[in-house]
Design a protein around this ligand. Structure first.
Ligand code: FES
Ligand code: FE2
Length: 407
């Protein structure tokens, strides 16, 4: 059931999706203070492995050394060349491509060719700019803000969610990085509503779930959809796959958005962590990593099933992204039109869009995450319902309003 029993207003005006000034204020207020999902641990398999990213115009290099993940501004302290332009690779020493300056893991200069020509040069005078880097599950995060709260505090219940959906029996299954010609909020609004399923995903998702199978939970900085899987909906191949892999099937679908921009999802055989990073008011970049249920068995049968599950889930997720990306630039074009229709309305099914917009509006106006309906929109202590099930409540539909209650 949905929390709201009526439609809801469109909170953000078209300018919030198109204006360069609004975009710059979002960078300052929403993004620079926070954390960014930049990749997965499997991308840095050895000491010396690195990958590079561009985050809000900042070139970044993430490097593995002594088993730890470290992040630096990818700009040399000599004459500001990027240490490397490669997307990924091996670098036993953190070394600039231009004149060969080398840095230690703290970012301090370690070796300067022909150092005497730089005399006088004090130790520690020059170095790379470093950033805090933390991991959760198989995911790597960094922040540009040295005063940012710890990652677990920033992510709230999203921290536990990532741990669950990227645990050791979930293996990497691809990346979904791409640039989309739309505002970052349009992409995320798409991820929090299933209303478009019939029109945009007619052969993959086919339809949206009925209201009585949808459970929405809201916190000040996140929202969650759990769609209860029903036995009569079980897909035969899915059941066989779980049996061959030797894992208990959790039929529920989870979709969490941690504001402003981190999406986490889980289906029975696949999960994903997905971040939208703005490149401008009209363009964004996805950093997305997929995971597949590996199971616990090592038999030949399990290995064969794992191969097919990887193929199927990878293709399924790629199709969903392709289909969504085919329509999102047209939303942006519509919002950029100088003339607008007499419209803008959010259905109860799309109430997570409303909650997201309320958060953006509150954060941008300085009034905080204003809550229109306080009783229902308060954070749940137990957003995933796990403690209740373990604690003998028996219900998987608990909310702040009570056990087994779905507003
Ligand atoms: S710019 Fe990096 S060594 Fe000269
Ligand atoms: Fe979609």
């Amino acid at each position: 059931m949905f929390v709201s029993d009526t439609h809801l207003p469109q909170v953000l005006a078209p300018e919030a999706y198109t204006s360069p000034e609004f975009h710059q204020r979002e960078i300052d207020k929403l993004f620079l203070p926070g954390w960014f999902f930049v990749g997965a641990k499997w991308e840095l398999p050895y000491d010396g492995s690195f990958f590079t990213r561009e985050i809000l115009g900042h070139p970044i290099i993430v490097w593995r050394i002594n088993g730890e993940h470290r992040a630096y501004l990818n700009v040399c302290a000599h004459r500001m060349c990027m240490l490397t332009h490669k997307a990924t690779g091996e670098m036993p020493k953190l070394k600039c491509q231009y004149h060969g300056w080398e840095y230690d893991e703290t970012g301090n200069t370690k070796r300067i060719p022909d150092a005497k020509s730089f005399r006088p040069l004090e130790n520690g005078l020059l170095g790379l700019r470093t950033f805090r880097c933390e991991t959760v599950g198989q995911c790597i995060f960094l922040t540009l803000n040295e005063n940012a709260p710890p990652l677990d505090e920033y992510l709230g219940p999203g921290h536990e969610m990532i741990e669950r959906v990227t645990a050791s029996h979930w293996e990497p299954n691809g990346t979904g990085d791409r640039v989309i010609e739309c505002n970052w909020k349009i992409y995320l609004e798409n991820t929090v509503e299933s209303y478009h399923a019939e029109a945009v995903h007619p052969t993959s998702l086919v339809t949206f779930p009925p209201e009585n199978e949808c459970f929405h939970t809201f916190g000040p900085r996140w929202s969650l959809l759990r769609t209860a899987g029903k036995p009569d909906n079980l897909d035969k191949m899915d059941i066989v796959a779980h049996r061959w892999l030797g894992v208990t099937r959790d039929p529920d679908y989870y979709n969490m958005l941690v504001y402003p921009n981190l999406a986490i999802g889980k289906m029975p055989l696949m999960s994903w962590v997905d971040q939208a990073i703005p490149c401008g008011p009209n363009q964004m970049r996805i950093i997305a990593r997929g995971f597949t249920q590996t199971g616990l068995k090592k038999s030949v049968k399990a290995r064969i099933m794992r191969f097919f599950v990887r193929k199927w889930t990878g293709a399924f997720l790629a199709q969903l992204v392709r289909e969504d990306c085919s329509v999102l630039p047209d939303v942006q074009r519509g919002l950029r039109s100088p003339l607008q229709p007499k419209g803008g309305l959010i259905s109860a099914r799309e109430e997570r869009v409303f909650h997201f917009q309320k958060f953006i509006d509150g954060a941008m106006s300085g009034s905080g995450p204003a809550l229109e309906r306080p009783a229902e929109w308060l954070p749940a202590d137990n957003p995933l319902g796990q403690d209740c099930r373990a604690g003998g409540c028996g219900s998987d539909a608990c909310t702040p309003a009570g056990h087994g209650v779905v507003e």
